[in-house]
Design a binder for this molecule. Structure first.
Ligand SMILES: Cc1cc2nc3c(=O)[nH]c(=O)nc-3n(C[C@H](O)[C@H](O)[C@H](O)COP(=O)(O)OP(=O)(O)OC[C@H]3O[C@@H](n4cnc5c(N)ncnc54)[C@H](O)[C@@H]3O)c2cc1C
Length: 395
């Protein structure tokens, strides 16, 4: 009789989280099966913008150590995927220009001197990104107040001083040193790398349950068959909560985006974020414009009015885009959780693990998630404290 095949680890879901984890586990010598209900890397990880945001102003405090660690890992992570897949994930290091609302900026000022020193002068902005309209501060009064800001805050301002000043400032900008990556290329490269390293894939058939025997994980059932393993990891993104027996509180948070073709190809070099819109240039001349954050259930349709609003916001910011062609628009579903933090670690069921709920930061957090989850699954103490992300915090 033929022996029934088993794997050391089964991963449910072939998004960037499941793919990165499969590679990390294979490197440790584990046999791994990724069970994906569609094609790997076609859901949130395909829809993402690819900003690797780790600034303390935009990252929830409990997530900061993981976000910073993952950002530090990215150059090596990207290099490895490029080398092993022969593809190019387009890791860019030109950095980001952030335009804040007055309220956000006020908060930043109060948080620390590092932001004050990062404030861009009008000349800086014009030199870095001449195509940006908001960078020009055409109104002389705005320009004056921005310049006087720099002088005023050389010393040690009180919170009240900062508040008063911010009320008079239009849209201050700061420069943040951060990377961006092309998530579609990233997931394609991760899939190719995982396959080359010997990870097995089952595509086109959804997992319907994690199977248990004597209260322990024994594998998964799909609509057509079942697979055996004493270790199962749920990496099913916003669908994680649909897989019994565990009721994980994940939910879809919709994001709509569009893609323009820049003319000339390097019209914009930096990622640009404002309170209304963000722009992410790719090296091949594409420019991503995003994104909405909507509670719309499992609905991935785009609507014309929203796409037009994003398009208008991009044109206001960069008038030189007026003749840029729209290449495509799309929507994706971020894996949200009740406290906006990921769910990482062991469940109450021996052999059943979870790595999901990465919400707006799953592309950024892929390398660190793969590292710490591979450690947990291998029975080691993780390099980072995961207590804030425990699957058991919701029970
Ligand atoms: C518009 C938008 C912009 C974003 N921008 C950024 C950004 O700039 N930076 C950033 O870091 N993050 C960003 N994100 C967030 C990021 O995309 C996600 O956090 C990340 O992709 C989550 O990866 P994942 O592998 O957990 O989920 P997914 O990529 O959704 O993968 C989950 C996989 O599980 C599969 N699956 C589901 N149910 C089953 C089942 N029952 N059986 C088998 N397989 C199943 C799905 O088919 C899917 O392939 C953005 C997201 C969106 C939507």
């Amino acid at each position: 009789m033929a022996e029934v095949k088993t794997w050391d680890v089964i991963i449910i879901g072939g998004g960037i989280i499941g793919l990165s984890l499969s590679i990390a586990l294979r490197k440790r010598g584990a046999t791994v099966l990724v069970v994906e209900r569609g094609e790997p890397g076609r859901e949130a990880s395909h829809a993402a913008g690819g900003m690797l945001v780790e600034s303390s102003a935009e990252t929830p405090a409990p997530l900061q150590p993981l976000a910073s660690a993952s950002a530090r890992m990215y150059p090596e992570f990207a290099h490895e995927l490029n080398t092993e897949s022969g593809m190019n994930v387009d890791l860019r290091d030109q950095g980001t220009i952030l335009f804040w609302s007055k309220e956000q900026f006020e908060r930043l000022q109060v948080r620390g001197a590092e932001f004050r020193s990062a404030l861009l002068s009008v000349a800086d902005l014009e030199e870095r990104e001449p195509a940006l309209k908001y960078g020009r501060f055409d109104d002389p009064e705005e320009l004056e107040s921005l310049e006087s800001f720099r002088q005023e805050f050389e010393g040690n301002p009180s919170v009240e001083d900062v508040r008063n000043f911010c009320k008079s400032v239009f849209r201050p900008a700061i420069y943040v040193s951060e990377h961006s990556v092309d998530p579609r290329a990233l997931t394609a490269a991760a899939t190719k790398t995982a396959k080359a390293r010997g990870v097995d894939f089952s595509s086109g058939d959804p997992v319907t349950a994690v199977n248990l025997s004597d209260g322990q994980a024994t594998g998964v059932s799909t609509t057509k068959t079942s697979f055996l393993s004493s270790k199962v990891v749920n990496c099913a993104g916003c669908w994680s909560g649909q897989i019994p027996p565990h009721q994980l509180p994940t939910r879809p948070v919709k994001g709509q985006m569009l893609c323009l073709v820049m003319q000339p190809r390097h019209l914009l070099k930096h990622v640009v974020r404002t309170p209304d819109v963000y722009l992410i240039p790719r090296s091949d001349g594409r420019l991503l414009v995003g994104a909405t954050v909507e509670e719309a259930g499992f609905d991935k349709r785009t609507d014309i009015a929203t796409i037009q609003r994003l398009h208008r916001a991009a044109l206001e910011l960069v008038p030189g885009l007026k003749d840029a062609k729209i290449l495509e628009d799309w929507a994706g579903l971020r894996p949200g959780t009740p406290d906006a933090l990921p769910i990482l670690g062991t469940t109450r069921i021996p052999g059943y693990f979870v790595a999901t709920g990465h919400f707006r930061d799953g592309i950024l957090l892929a390398p660190i998630t793969a590292q710490v989850m591979a450690q947990v699954i291998s029975g080691e103490t993780p390099s980072d404290d995961l207590s804030a992300f425990s699957p058991q915090r919701f029970s």
